[in-house]
Design a protein around this ligand. Structure first.
Ligand SMILES: [Zn+2]
Length: 103
């Protein structure tokens, strides 16, 4: 399981969702990178739904829906395909993810 983010080849910044230019250096040489885990920074409970900000070593900071019992500071797996894995995961909708490079 993972989420695809953009990685700036000029400054190393990682971005999500998709950008046309790197917001840090203005570079246009943006590759894709697969991120598998992140650390839960904040939780928001909306009824039965739990939304979290998840830091990914340390960029990008993702907003994700959590599935399973998770506390602030926990490391969670990231996915863009929610499923009945039984493990706690942070779900980022696929419509918000950049397409992976085909090469
Ligand atoms: Zn950059």
């Amino acid at each position: 399981m993972s989420v695809i983010v953009q990685n700036c080849r000029t400054c190393g910044g990682r971005w999500f969702p998709v950008r046309l230019l790197c917001p840090r250096c203005g570079g246009a040489d943006l590759a894709t990178k697969s991120i598998e885990r992140g650390t839960v920074q904040h939780l928001t409970h909306l009824g039965d739904v739990v939304i979290a900000s998840v830091a990914c070593d340390p960029e990008p900071l993702l907003v994700a829906r959590l599935h399973g019992p998770v506390e602030v500071g926990d490391v969670v797996e990231l996915t863009d395909r929610p499923g009945p894995s039984g493990r706690p995961v942070a779900f980022v909708p696929p419509s918000a993810t950049p397409r992976e490079e085909s090469s």
